[in-house]
Design a protein around this ligand. Structure first.
Ligand SMILES: Cc1cc2nc3c(=O)[nH]c(=O)nc-3n(C[C@H](O)[C@H](O)[C@H](O)COP(=O)(O)O)c2cc1C
Length: 366
């Protein structure tokens, strides 16, 4: 018999009522100054009431410099932004779920920033393809300014400050966004990172900043505050990128993160089971699972395959993006044997904010 994903679990020091997590989803619905608002309280509470044991927030920017990537993205960079999250955290806790803040630095993958005129990046390399229409109408990527040592120090301070703020706001933990082409992911990527200094070259060097960040964060936060990282090879505009080091390199990275004090690793791919590493036939999630560190899996989990994914990763949380977007009550309905709603991307038009979603939902009822 397999464990039911609906049973309560202990995960990275958190007691969760089940193994279902809301995947982080940027909804560009904050105030222009980066403060969270009442619409976001209602938005997140839907998922807690819909049965998700853990909510991971949308990517939140950590500093009032080059980290913001989208207009109306929320921040955790100052006291007022920090306070603005408290009602969300309280409401989610009152509905019996836990909530983790995803901390995201855009780096070169920046479509709008209210604080600076130019993105920073590892090099002048831009992301592939075009910016995402879901978050605004920017036609082309800006050319990033290659980061200096001072920039690295400022980014480090920004992340540590935002993690401290997340703890002060009452979050149960943070997830560093090391996936999907944002700054920490750019560091690991040989598409972006062709530096020849201590931050570029071998995987050990490309991971140096991330490992230093995890060590410093671990020393700073309380023991019961979950410290995790999301990792992918894919980016929002390139689903084929592979790290040159393959499975051995990824296993090294997972171990190094664990040694640095990470509590969980969240893998994301086009599908949770995809064998996407350059060599070998295991998924990112299987490599993490083998090391024993707490795991969140993501990619294509839905009402038809969730039990198979839960069986393949018996201790992991299952993070749902599009299936949760389609139906915030996914977990409650599946558990009760009810059908769930399918995703209609029209709800995210013309941009992916909560207001457009709510208008679309109201129109469906008419
Ligand atoms: C509207 C939207 C916004 C997203 N924003 C984020 C984000 O802020 N941070 C992140 O790590 N992933 C983000 N993602 C990716 C999802 O977390 C998830 O990895 C992806 O949708 C694949 O999982 P799924 O098949 O369950 O949807 C976003 C996805 C969507 C559809």
């Amino acid at each position: 018999m397999f464990d039911s994903p609906f049973d309560a679990v202990d995960f990275a020091g958190l007691r969760l009522r089940n193994r279902f997590a809301l995947a982080p989803m940027t909804r560009v619905s904050a105030e222009a100054n980066g403060r969270a608002n009442a619409a976001m309280v209602d938005h997140y509470v839907r998922y807690a009431k819909g049965g998700f044991g853990l909510l991971i927030t949308e990517g939140i920017y950590p500093d009032q410099a080059a980290s913001q990537g989208y207009a109306y993205q929320p921040g955790l960079a100052d006291a007022l932004q920090t306070e603005s999250w408290v009602p969300i955290v309280k409401a989610v806790h009152a509905a019996d779920s836990k909530i983790i803040a995803q901390i995201m630095h855009a780096g070169a993958q920046l479509q709008y920033n209210r604080y600076v005129d130019q993105p920073i990046g590892l090099t002048e390399q831009k992301p592939m393809a075009k910016p995402l229409g879901l978050y605004g109408d920017q036609e082309a990527w800006f050319e990033p300014k290659p980061m200096t040592e001072t920039d690295f120090d400022q980014v480090m301070n920004g992340f540590l400050g935002a993690i401290r703020n997340a703890q002060a706001a009452g979050f149960d933990g943070v997830e560093l966004h090391g996936a999907n082409g944002y700054l920490l992911n750019q560091m690991l990527s040989t598409h972006f990172n062709t530096r020849e200094d201590k931050f570029g070259g071998s995987l050990e060097k490309r991971a140096k900043f991330i490992l230093d960040l995890v060590k410093s964060a671990r020393e700073m936060v309380d023991n019961d505050f979950a410290l995790g990282i999301r990792l992918s090879q894919i980016t929002i505009t390139d689903q084929d990128y592979q790290w040159p080091e393959g499975e051995e390199g990824f296993a090294w990275l997972v171990q190094a993160l664990t040694d640095a004090g990470i509590d969980f690793i969240h893998t994301t791919d086009t599908s949770a089971d995809r064998a996407s590493l350059r060599d070998g036939d295991r998924s990112l999630a299987e490599v993490v699972q083998d090391t024993g560190v707490a795991l969140i899996v993501n990619g294509g989990i839905n009402d038809e395959n969730y039990q198979d994914v839960a069986n393949s990763y018996p201790d992991a949380l299952l993070a749902l993006g599009k299936a949760a977007l389609a139906d915030p009550a996914f977990v409650r309905k599946i558990q009760g044997g009810e059908p769930v709603d399918a995703l209609d991307f029209a709800m995210l038009q013309p941009i992916a904010n909560v207001e457009n979603e709510m208008r679309w939902r109201a129109d469906q009822k008419d």
